[in-house]
Ligand binder design. Structure first.
Ligand code: RUB
Length: 332
């Protein structure tokens, strides 16, 4: 059975960044699995359905490599399919219910992070944020509504300019925003009280992988003794890092950095477009999750509590192969 058009559209949307930001990507992944289950009209044998869902899962997993929220969402839904037994209606229901639960809990988590994080913002604060993070924006908007924020500096976030999305988003919520180029971060840092950013992945040692430039922002904040808060749902913690796997950094097309015409005119120049970077735990004051505020060094505890069950499977073959080994073998 062919993968439904709508599912292909979601996969393409993630790849081309029409759907972007780790939380939205995770919810879109769960939604794609749900749609795939709803639209299945292939053979009635449970095994056929499982294989088809494995193919869909692998397609979704192949879209973007860095945000662990994506495999975590896929694994969550597929784990429930794995555990379910019965006819195809039972299996289909298991996928649909797990996907809906993931999406609802994810939205609740963002809301809760906003409430918890806002308490950490001092009165009359100036905040700086980088890229567009729904979780970070949730903290900022909540704190603003509590009368604690007087101004937000939003970096442009070259080359994709997600910072402009943040600026628009915060302005719509009534927050006073100043747009600055990325290169002005250190210049402006002496005015700033808190840096609030999101995360794509948090490693077991508390390192935060977020939009490229985040580590420079954190370094400038560290130098100026400005607190750095990372707002992140617990499904952004990476279980594979518990056994020493590295987080793959996505490199995107050079034409996001300079126009193709420029590349053609300068044939000997290599243009690099790393999409994310790693901020070491030493430069992070706290990670705000839906379960509470933790120091980055406590990331391992969150991981063991939330993903302890997946450890054995990860040890057997890495994150991508947790559940879909059979399908992967078939496709090779
Ligand atoms: C987005 C980005 C965001 C995190 C967190 O990168 O780095 O800071 O994903 O966002 P991209 P959220 O635009 O390349 O996807 O809090 O919305 O999950």
């Amino acid at each position: 059975m062919k993968i439904p058009e709508k599912v292909l559209e979601i996969a393409d949307g993630i790849k081309t960044m029409k759907i972007r930001g780790a939380g939205k990507i995770a919810r879109a992944a769960a939604e794609a699995l749900k749609i795939a289950a709803e639209k299945y009209d292939g053979p009635r044998e449970p095994e056929a359905f499982r294989k088809y869902m494995g193919r869909v899962a692998n397609l979704i997993l192949s879209t973007r490599p860095t945000a662990v929220s994506l495999p975590n969402a896929v694994i969550y839904v597929m784990y429930h399919l794995d555990k379910a037994s019965g006819d195809i209606n039972v299996l289909r229901e298991a996928v649909i219910r797990a996907a809906e639960k993931f999406i609802n809990e994810s939205l609740q988590a963002v809301k809760r992070i906003g409430e918890i994080g806002a308490k950490r913002i001092k009165d009359n604060s100036i905040v700086l944020t980088h890229c567009h993070s729904t979780a970070a924006a949730s903290v900022i908007i909540n704190a603003y509504k509590m009368g604690k924020i007087i101004k937000v500096y939003s970096t442009e976030t070259r080359p994709f300019y997600q910072g402009r999305i943040t600026t628009k988003y915060l302005l719509e919520a009534g927050v006073p925003v100043v747009q600055i180029p990325d290169s002005a971060v250190r210049y402006i840092m002496h005015e700033v009280d808190h840096v609030v950013v999101g995360a794509d992945t948090i490693a077991s040692n508390g390192a935060v992988i977020n939009k490229v430039g985040t580590s420079q922002v954190a370094l400038a904040a560290h130098e100026a003794r400005v607190r750095v808060f990372v707002a992140a749902e617990t499904y952004k913690f990476s279980p594979a890092t518990l056994i020493g796997e590295l987080v793959p950094i996505e490199f995107r097309d050079p034409t996001e950095v300079v126009p193709l015409e420029w590349i053609n005119q300068h044939k000997n120049v290599e243009v690099l477009n790393p999409s994310f970077d790693v901020t070491p735990p030493e430069y992070i004051d706290a990670i705000i999750t839906e379960q509470g505020v933790i120091p980055p060094q406590a990331a391992i505890l969150v991981l063991l509590e939330r993903f302890g069950w997946a450890l054995e499977k990860i040890k057997q073959g890495g994150i991508g192969k947790i559940i879909f080994e059979e399908t992967l073998e078939e496709e090779q």
